[in-house]
Ligand binder design. Sequence first.
Ligand code: PBG
Length: 327
Amino acid sequence: MPFPIHRPRRLRGSRALRSMVAETQLSPRDFIFPLFVVPGKGVRREISSMPGNYQLSVELIVGEAERVHALGVPAVILFGLPESKDPLGSSGALDDGVVQRAVRSLKKELPELCVITDVCLCEYTDHGHCGRIVDNDVDNDSTLELLAAQALSHARAGVDMVAPSDMMDGRVGAIRDKLDSEGFINLPVMSYAAKYASAFYGPFREAADSAPSFGDRRTYQMDPPNVREALREVELDIAEGADIVMVKPALAYLDVIAAVRQSFDTPVAAYNVSGEFSMVKAAQQLGWIDGERAMMEMLTAIKRAGADMIITYFAPDAAELINKESR
Ligand code: PBG
């Protein structure tokens, strides 16, 4: 019996009622905060397209991670800008590279913080692509050993989880094999399983100095029209040993998050990427949007779609707001 017996508005009349029937609730524990590590000392350089986010030298990373951890955010993910680059991205696997040093000091100073590392070559290659170049394209199979070597160097530094983001075929298996053969059988892999070739990575490439010097990433990252292919990618990565699977970007791919959630039992992560963050900040600066509300609406939507965890530059802002509102 519809209206006037049923009036859905009855449950929207107050803040208390709305919160009691809310189907999705955000918590600071849902978030993973990205950090950019650079060489040098005392470096704290704001990323112009990502207000409130900084490139930080190793000794300043700890303070920033501590601030975010104190707000209830359980994890950070590290990206490195190395001292030097070459065609094979070898500086990404150095025992005393920026990321490896940052991992060591974070685990020493903040042992309870979950430290994740992005495993990829694009920040470390002089051409900015995510692998070894052969005939003007990234060569899949010879890239795998480079990725495995980088992951192993992070493992040796004491990282809690590695997150390969390159989209080479077979890289989860190659990394799993390498970690297992070196004794890191319990180190989990969070795979960027369905990562699309997206315009929304623009600001990140400034932050990580990782724009490709020629061409684009369409021969290895996924094509935006495809969702069945995403399920296939996720299936392959789980078969290769992925412990957590990620969909990236998040907002233009909520259907992909939902499909992955429905099809697999593995925990699902979503990456609320740089462009999604910068659009809100820019519109807010222009006075065109309520940035706080837009932020909470986006993060809620990503969780509602099925993400168990969200990598987001909003982590500190959102955590602070959630903590304030729950008081
Ligand atoms: C690759 C990597 C990228 C991002 C995370 N890992 C960039 C790319 O694929 O070009 C993008 C993250 C963001 O935009 O916030 N190492």
